[in-house]
Design a protein around this ligand. Sequence first.
Ligand code: FPP
Length: 262
Amino acid sequence: MGSEVTESAVAVAESGQGARVSIKAVPRHVAIIMDGNGRWAKRRFLPRIEGHRNGAKSVRMLVEECRRLGIRYLTLFAFSTENWRRPQDEVGGLMSLFVQHLESELELLLKNGIRLRAMGDTSRLPAAVREMLRRNEERTKDMTGMDLILAVSYGGRDELVQAARKMAVAAKAGQLDPASITEESFAQHLYLPDVPDPDLMIRTSDETRISNFLLWQLAYAEIVVSPVLWPDFSRDEFHRCLDVFAGRNRRFGLTQEQLQGA
Ligand code: FPP
């Protein structure tokens, strides 16, 4: 169920590299809905794309911090299937931003041992974005320090539908017995079956919805809502979210007594 945490934050704290000592354990997989870029820009009378541009700075900080803390998987909701309906200039601006950052951050990924992976209906993306994603995925495929997963053109329902479609095709071809389908075999047809479920999902800007993000994978995730708009999301605020997570009592449907006896 993706419940494991690592003790590496403690190690970092003890080694005196500046991490706050209050973190007892860090989640293995953190997923983030980076929300509030538009409002950040609006408050400053700037075009929305400036919010996204400043949001990209928070992405860089977060990637470096997750790597430093030993968080093994980081999934970022960069662009949803619904976002295609935004004004054309905003969609175009975001696509250009993705190309720029995928181009400029490759060295950072390699230097830090980070593997980049994309999840979503990438066939809808402009060729330049697809090509950059493909290049970075290929160049970083042997990195084992951390997986940075970009959900782009991603929708949770879309992912479930395409999984169901793949299984229906196999069943129709006589390669799959519908009675044999289990939660585990179903999950094997999702975009990244080897990636464990997120332990922690953070959404910024005080919004409390899941918004079609990782509908299957978030079943047991702890959800932490941050009031901060994404471009202002700082290392301190991230640590506060991790502290909240560390204080939660995860029971996975069991009783407290069962967990204590385990
Ligand atoms: C949601 O804020 C944010 C997005 C739809 C885009 C997220 C993209 C980035 C942070 C840019 C850089 C990303 C990478 C991976 C380089 P919103 O626009 O919905 O904000 P609002 O709710 O205030 O309008």
